[in-house]
Design a protein around this ligand. Structure first.
Ligand code: NAD
Length: 353
């Protein structure tokens, strides 16, 4: 039995589906169900007793204490976070609340639980914290990719709050001996991603014949990884990683935002039927840049490849093709997540830029 937090979000839901498929081991999924949490992501697990869903906050110490005591998990995997950079710029408070304070409360509950374990259960226990490459800040065009020893230099409230949580996780290992693992991953894409993020937003808007917004001149570079490759990397780190270590995860797929959007347009021209506009590239619209927008992220994933034998299965081309196909086949999912809350946020914030 493992405890997963934030398992109703994009990567957490993909991880749970993948986990049950690959290992079959039961899990508890603790998720607050913020605007980004969506139980429909796990609808295929309805009636599956291996998945226990609990709605709750990682900052709720009493609930955590109870869950850990009742279920006695052998590991905790922490995905729960506020995750959208634009939202962190407009309202950082929730990012501090969940990503910093919530992670702290979670660590405290896990430390107390781990202290109470004995023998083999104590030795085998692991806490895996899922984090981002954004903690390393921004690279220039010719800088080497981020490695595990790159100094932290977060630039947005989101990345600063994730950096704080990474530091707390590190400190709980060095101070209390808690068996932790941290992963810092590049940008993910794939099924079930909330349509405020670049790739699902562009697919959704293109299908609706709406403008495809690109920040600045579209030259910002991200290193894209298909979500199931991230899930496989997390499984590898959980099973074979060395406690106290961090592992960078990336797809070796550096693309400018403009390249990403043009790839989607080309795929939609080919794969969608009955779209309102062909070619979709005509919808590309450059909008005022995000404040403090990091220019380039790139991950050196050499350590996890060498030490744990992980490497991505999907190329950018194959992963993007799968992603576009999924959104075309699941347009009802996108329509359902376009809730009042999200629609209102997009109308009042995004369109003003
Ligand atoms: P997401 O926003 O899609 O999902 C976050 C989930 O956490 C949601 O289900 C939400 O309800 C839940 N949650 C939020 N606050 C909570 C709280 N206080 N208690 C319990 N649950 C809470 O995010 P995602 O894209 O799936 O990212 C998951 C993790 O991976 C995050 O920690 C993020 O920093 C990290 N990460 C994301 C990416 C990416 O490209 N999306 C890349 C690297 C790392």
């Amino acid at each position: 039995m493992i405890l997963v937090t934030g398992g109703a979000g994009f990567i957490g839901a993909n991880f749970i589906l993948d986990w049950l498929n690959q290992s079959g081991e039961a899990l508890i999924n603790l998720d607050k169900l913020t605007y980004a949490g969506n139980r429909a992501n796990l609808a295929s697990l309805e009636g599956d007793e291996r998945h226990q869903f609990v709605q709750g906050d990682i900052g709720d110490t009493e609930l955590l204490r109870q869950l850990l005591q009742d279920y006695q998990p052998r590991a905790v995997v922490n995905f729960a976070a506020e995750s959208h950079v634009d939202r962190s710029i407009l309202g950082p408070a929730e990012f501090i609340e969940t990503n910093v304070l919530g992670s702290f409360h979670l660590l405290e509950a896990v430390r107390s639980y781990w202290n109470g374990l004995n023998g083999a259960n104590k030795t085998a226990f692991r806490f895996l914290h899922v984090s981002t490459d954004e903690v390393y800040g921004s690279l220039g065009a010719s800088d080497p990719a981020f490695s595990e020893t790159t100094a932290y230099a977060p630039n947005s409230p989101y990345s600063a709050s994730k950096a704080a949580s990474d530091h707390l996780v590190r400190a709980y290992h060095h101070t209390y001996g808690l068996p932790v693992l941290t992963t810092n991953c590049s940008n993910n894409y794939g099924p079930y991603q909330f349509p405020e993020k670049l790739i699902p937003l562009v697919i959704h808007n293109a299908l609706a014949g709406k403008p495809l917004p690109i920040y600045g001149d579209g030259s910002n570079v991200r290193d894209w990884l298909y979500v199931s490759d991230h899930c496989a990397a997390i499984r590898a780190v959980l099973e074979r990683g060395k406690t106290g270590e961090t592992y960078n995860i990336g797809g070796c797929n550096e693309k400018t935002n403009l390249q990403v959007v043009k790839t989607i347009c080309t795929l939609l021209d080919e794969m969608s039927t009955g779209s309102p506009v062909v070619p979709h590239e005509q919808l590309i619209t450059f909008v005022a840049d995000r404040p403090g927008h990091d220019q380039r992220y790139a991950i050196d994933a050499g350590k996890i490849e060498r030490e744990l034998g992980w490497s991505p299965r999907e190329t950018f081309e194959s992963g993007m093709r799968k992603t576009v196909a999924w959104y075309l086949d699941n347009q009802h999912w996108v329509a359902n997540v376009q809730s009042g809350d999200y629609r209102q946020w997009m109308e009042t914030n995004y369109n003003e830029r």
